[in-house]
Design a protein around this ligand. Sequence first.
Ligand code: SF4
Length: 246
Amino acid sequence: MPALHASPVTQNASEMMRTKKHVSDASAELHRVESIYELLSRSYPTFDKTDDPWMTNGLSSTPFRCLVSVCLSTVTITPRVVKACVPLFERVSSFEELLALDDEELRAIIKPVAHYNRKTTNLKTMCKQILQDFGGRIPDNHQDLMKLQGVGRKVADIMMNFIFHKDTIAVDTHVLRVLNRLVLVQTSDAEAAADQINAITPVHYKRHAHEWLIQHGMQVCTARSPKCGACCISELCSFRTADALA
Ligand code: SF4
């Protein structure tokens, strides 16, 4: 028996249907992304309008402070970063002064943060690199920032966004969790997630996206027991728990 083949006319019609569905799915997802950011932007202030201890203690008040404090913040909660940075920034205000600080004294000051031994070595190496390789200035691009000891993708993204005012989104553990629950990204790798979310976020939301997403992750979409019933974007999230559906 000869094989049955769809006529060219039927084939074209089904291809058109598939293309149409793809376009309509893509446009629905674009609308969902826009709606998520719009609701988040109405629900959370930008960092400069918060009384977050990071801001009130001036941890990002200069490029020097921002780079050092963000490097010290890796796997460390904010209160411990503040505990280390406040006395450190009373003692030093430049890469030259930080490099000149005795290693033992630096180690003692930053002891509240995780991996303070390694971070002491990293900070000293980073200071030398900035002074010797970059003329004392923090590089203003991802590639050179990531040449600095202790600077990874997240720190580079934060510097590009907060200090160099570029439209880029940094992904930390809170942001990564929120993005995966919303299925805006589907990866446990923070760098891959940063690539994906930067690709799909409309440019007019990029500057403050990190600030809204991190507040949402810390206050509502928490690691354990997310408060879906109080979530401003629960209608747009398929992860939402039963209390949001009640
Ligand atoms: S509905 Fe729940 S899981 Fe989804 S974003 Fe809101 S808090 Fe997170």
